[in-house]
Design a protein around this ligand. Structure first.
Ligand code: G4P
Length: 285
């Protein structure tokens, strides 16, 4: 376990053993597919992935989904779409896997991206087959929700394929696309404590890895002078103590119940009640 508290002064624990195992499992699944659908949290367009994610995912065609777009400012997100398109070279699609009726655009792009591979197979004399895709991403970014939306209209489970373990089920999305019905999990490997704390803000690290008080305090520090957040909590200065007192959440001896407050502050942020925020900063060109 590595000890190093970043700019937030909070430490998130990470476990190298779990990470190695998760990466191994992810790589096994990646071998089965032609195209990768990487889901990120729109609140963290960079921090909900790695800088050198290609190293882990390989060179396969990849489609980026900025999910939970309902929780951020759309015009800010547009700038991130352009930035990510340019820096990754991948198509980028904005999604709300909770609210959207379907994700037809995702299917369209996945089919297009895998077409060169299918054409190459046909050039070798093989018959055309459906492209194989899988959804990957860090915990809680919405991978299962995306899979559910993509497979909702298709009940066709097509079972195991040659060379594929029995547990892996494929679902036929349309004649040109099969999808693995379970996602690949990108482990939240965090040598970078600033990134780890941001991931804790959006519930992408296990609650066992941190205590809520310092994480919620760090979140409030990020909102420092944000009037909208101050108004929401009816305080002049953002701190767990002030918020607890303004809500009269006190414990023995009239001291502020910062533990209870921390849990609520994190919940308020995660459910979008504090406003629509993107927490990453776009690097300078
Ligand atoms: P995962 O597989 O990547 O771990 O994520 P999962 O799909 O389980 O989604 C994690 C949580 O995020 C779920 O909430 C899910 O409803 C929510 N979610 C997924 N996509 C979106 C989105 O685009 N916008 C918003 N606002 N939320 C999204 P939960 O609280 O765990 O469950 P529930 O609210 O569905 O009951």
């Amino acid at each position: 376990m590595k000890k190093d508290s970043g700019k937030f002064g909070v430490h998130i624990h990470w476990y190298p053993g779990h990470i190695a195992k998760a990466e191994r499992q992810l790589k096994e699944k990646l071998n089965l597919v032609d195209v990768i659908i990487e889901v990120r949290d729109s609140r963290l367009p960079l921090s909900s992935s790695y800088a050198n994610i290609e190293k882990l995912l390989g060179e396969k065609p990849r489609l980026l989904l900025l999910n939970k777009s309902d929780l951020v400012d759309r015009s800010e997100l547009k700038k991130w779409v352009e930035y990510l398109k340019q820096t990754t070279g991948c198509p980028v699609i904005v999604t709300d896997a909770k609210g959207a009726k379907d994700l037809a655009l995702v299917v369209k792009h996945a089919v297009e991206l895998s077409e060169p591979k299918i054409q190459a197979l046909m050039a070798k004399g093989l018959l055309r087959r459906a492209a194989r895709a899988m959804v990957v991403g860090m915990p809680n970014v919405g991978k299962s929700s995306v899979i559910n939306k993509l497979t909702k209209s298709s009940k066709t489970k097509i079972g195991a394929k040659a060379g594929v373990t029995r547990q892996q089920q494929w679902v036929r999305i349309n004649p040109k696309l099969d999808l693995l019905d379970t996602p690949g999990i990108i482990p939240t490997r965090q040598d970078d404590q600033e990134q780890a704390v941001k991931l804790a803000f959006v519930s992408s690290v296990s609650e066992n890895a941190y205590s809520p008080e310092p994480v919620a305090a760090a979140l409030l520090e990020m909102f420092n002078d944000n009037q909208q957040v101050k108004d929401y909590y009816k305080v002049d200065e953002l701190s767990l103590e002030n918020i607890a007192l303004s809500r009269r959440w006190v414990i023995k001896g009239d001291s502020p119940d910062t533990e209870r407050t921390a849990i609520y502050v994190l919940k308020d942020f995660r459910e979008g009640r504090l406003g629509l925020f993107i927490l990453d900063e776009m690097p300078e060109a």
